[in-house]
Design a protein around this ligand. Structure first.
Ligand code: GDP
Ligand code: IMO
Ligand code: MG
Length: 426
């Protein structure tokens, strides 16, 4: 038995999709454990580029099981669209399984997400408006509707009608907006559930069996550590647990079965949406990184904010996730810069700190302390670590030394072959 948690160590979009696909070759199952279709994971295979939002990035290996865990919130419309998108491209989805404990996203979640954001004005989070927060809120509020409910059509309809009426009261009276059409939503969803039923199972039974028979399981995180509801830059974050702590609960396995955690890290930092970002670059260097790295959101198309790699944040991420390896991605994007900077500490009230503050007020007073590193020229056709330019290796060694975790995977392009494995990490 072997289990590996793969997660974003920053603010999302680190290249989790690419690395998950790469490691899926040696996994038997790939499991998503949190988030929803707010995620956008890109996988490039040959000349094809695939964008996934809900379905695990292991789906390209037909024979492997792809599992959506109970910690994920599922919009059935997006799910069915994604299945169709993959099938149209010749990708088989019959090995997809969905937890019967996963919560379902309804149109009132999307509507409330939109209205709440609008109501916050300048303070808005900049969500993906996919209804993620409102759906998790209903789950915690114990009024959510789960996948297991779809097998009891009358009860499903009754719960749904009650929820629509309750939410319409909020939509009309709190936000003074137009109510949603109850009958239309019910009809739409009764159609979806018939199509989804075949994928829904108790994944706790399946995973237990697979673990006992020695399978290799890869857990694919969405979003990133700094977007975690507890450990992120609250309230500018998502409503789930992308951190390794979220895996056991979100996938239905015991935490004592989890063995290793791989943090996927972009060679610089990006962030979509609002919220603090100590190493953000508001100059032409930031623009150059955005252009070279094509830093535009996979889900919403928004331009990503760009900045230097923040090792204070990464150390924090390594600590709370128990990272055993790092995968450093987009190293190629940093080609052609004369000098690069690594943030090695924060200056706070005249002192240097190396921990990530919980309070945004404290964080706003922190000024990054940088170490300058010589850049590197373009490189091509590199297959192993030793062939990388000397300064790339220096950059990597500095990260390893300061974070205390080895960079076992180096990604130098979006394609499978543009991946350097320094060690077997499963
Ligand atoms: P995810 O959300 O963590 O899966 O990341 P996204 O897919 O949203 O964004 C990462 C983007 O970078 C995608 O377009 C990937 O194809 C691309 N990518 C991943 N690794 C590399 C790399 O090493 N180099 C380059 N140039 N692009 C990469
Ligand atoms: P992947 O899996 C980057 C951000 C949003 C917003 C905040 C809350 O592709 O890395 P939400 O819709 O979740 O309530 O939005 O979280 N966000 C992401 N940023 N990558 C993602 O996913 C994200 N998913 C949500 O931009 O700031
Ligand atoms: Mg993404």
């Amino acid at each position: 038995m072997s289990t590996l948690v793969l997660l974003g160590a920053q603010w999302g979009d680190e290249g989790k999709g690419k690395i998950t696909d790469y490691l899926s070759k040696e996994s038997d199952l790939v499991v998503r454990y949190q988030g929803g279709d707010n995620a956008g994971h890109t996988v490039e295979i040959g000349e094809n580029k695939y964008k996934l939002h809900l379905i695990p990035s292991g789906i390209f290996y037909n024979e492997k099981l792809s599992i959506i865990g109970n910690g994920v919130v599922i919009n059935p419309h997006s799910l069915l669209k994604e299945i169709e998108y993959l099938n149209n491209k010749g990708i088989d989805t019959s090995n997809l399984r969905i937890s019967n404990r996963a919560h379902i996203i309804f149109p009132y979640h999307l509507k409330l997400d939109e209205l709440q954001e609008r109501n916050k004005g300048k303070e808005k989070i900049g969500t993906t408006v996919k209804g993620i927060g409102p759906c998790y809120r209903d789950k915690i509020d114990r009024v959510g509707i789960r996948m297991c409910d779809i097998f009891y059509k009358d009860m499903f309809e009754e719960k749904l009608r009650k929820n629509i009426r309750d939410k319409n009261k909020i939509i009309e009276n709190v936000y003074e907006s137009e109510p949603l059409n109850e009958d239309e939503i019910v009809e739409e969803y009764l159609g979806y559930i018939e199509k989804i039923k075949k994928y829904v199972i108790d994944i706790t039974v399946l995973l237990d069996e697979k673990i006992k028979s020695g399978n290799k399981i890869l857990f694919e995180g969405a979003q990133g550590t700094l977007l975690d509801i507890d450990y992120g830059t609250y309230p500018y974050l998502t409503s789930s647990h992308p951190t390794s702590g979220g895996v056991a609960v979100g996938a239905g396995i015991s935490p004592f079965r989890l063995k290793k955690a791989l943090g996927v890290v972009k060679a610089y930092t990006t962030r979509v949406g609002k919220g603090p970002f100590p190493t953000e670059l508001h100059d032409e260097i930031g623009d150059k990184i955005r252009e070279k790295g094509f830093e535009f959101g996979t889900t919403t198309g928004r331009a990503r904010r760009c900045g230097w790699l923040d090792l204070v944040m990464l150390k924090y991420s390594a600590r709370i996730n128990g990272l055993t390896s790092l995968a450093l991605t987009k190293v190629d994007t940093l080609c052609g810069f004369d000098k690069l900077k690594l943030c090695i500490g924060y200056e706070l009230d005249g002192e240097i700190i190396d921990y990530f503050p919980a309070s945004l007020e404290t964080l706003s007073k922190c000024k990054p302390v940088y170490e300058e590193i010589d850049g590197w020229e373009n490189f091509d056709n590199i297959e192993n670590y030793d062939e990388l330019p000397k300064n790339v290796k220096k950059y990597i060694e500095r990260i390893e030394r300061l974070v205390g975790v080895n960079v076992d995977i180096v990604s130098i392009g979006p394609k499978r072959k543009e991946t350097i494995m320094r060690k077997d990490i499963f």
